[in-house]
Design a binder for this molecule. Sequence first.
Ligand code: NAP
Ligand code: ZN
Ligand code: ZN
Length: 328
Amino acid sequence: MTLERRELRPDDIAVQVNYCGVCHTDLHAVRAHTGRGGAPLVPGHEFTGVVTDTGTDVTAFAVGDPVAVGNIVDSCGVCGMCAAGQENFCREFPTLTYGGTDRHDGTTTLGGYAREYVVRDRFAYRLPTGLDAAGAAPLLCAGITVWEPLRALGVTSGTRVAVIGLGGLGHLAVKLAVALGADTTVVTRSAGKADDARRLGAHDVLVSTESQQMDGARDRFDVVIDTVSVAHDLEPYLRLLAMDGTLSQVGYLGPLTVQATDLLIGRKKLSSAGSGGRPATAAMLDFCAEHGLTADIELLPSGRVNEAFDRLQRNDVRYRFVLDLSDL
Ligand SMILES: NC(=O)c1ccc[n+]([C@@H]2O[C@H](COP(=O)([O-])OP(=O)(O)OC[C@H]3O[C@@H](n4cnc5c(N)ncnc54)[C@H](OP(=O)(O)O)[C@@H]3O)[C@@H](O)[C@H]2O)c1
Ligand SMILES: [Zn+2]
Ligand SMILES: [Zn+2]
């Protein structure tokens, strides 16, 4: 279908979208969308492209600049969270790239499964030279969502990190943790992913369905990043934490039941995170450029989006689908 983008405001840029990652959140959103109310759903919140026009006040970008856009496109700019560079936690809630409400005209935002996007300049990021534009697209949601907790939890050389679930978020968590120097372990249901995990840099692999392996890894990790996309019992993963360790639940974001004693024994902490602030997003892109780090992707013509969804649903992706929108 044909989408209308808004006329540029003084601080807007127009982006020709070339590549957009297929996040599991897009799949959740499409499956939950009823079409009631008439608003279309256009998913897509991790994309890269090129600036094609700039608003009158824009100084940071020029036509032709390669840029990247993630899963938030505006925030209030004045609350404590925004002042601290954590626009992702804005007290007024950040404007989501799709399915959000534009702060000026109240319209529903439409995402990056499109040839063009119009975005406030502050929420576009210069794509560093040297990063492959298709492989970099998933950094803007999957990457930043795991980068912020890794950094906030002080992951550095020698930190013992376990990543639960080797999918889009998980494989980038592994690459980023390894690049930060962490002693990194993948915990997966899929024994067939063990070789991939090691190729991605993981030092060890635990198959979560093998109780002996899980028992043997009890109390071993300082940080657990849980990217599992469905509701699940946290107990087996909390058991992996060492004393004072933290489990960051970034995958499933619905209600959870936790036994307090699973936290009590070992004074363990349960946390969460999502998306990232502007400074952290820019820092992550610089870090990725420095380390030559992008997602492992399967690039598909945009018309094969339903195939991407079906395969993502079946856990048949290694490790992120990216749509090529230049064919629109
Ligand atoms: N916090 C945020 O802001 C944020 C941002 C982006 C995405 N998300 C959410 O994060 C989740 C992961 O997204 P993604 O794009 O990385 O998805 P994905 O590529 O499908 O990866 C999810 C992984 O979870 C594991 N998994 C799936 N079903 C499972 C089950 N029943 N039991 C145990 N493990 C299971 C699988 O890993 P193995 O095969 O290795 O077991 C799978 O590869 C989604 O729910 C998404 O909505 C949150
Ligand atoms: Zn996402
Ligand atoms: Zn704010």
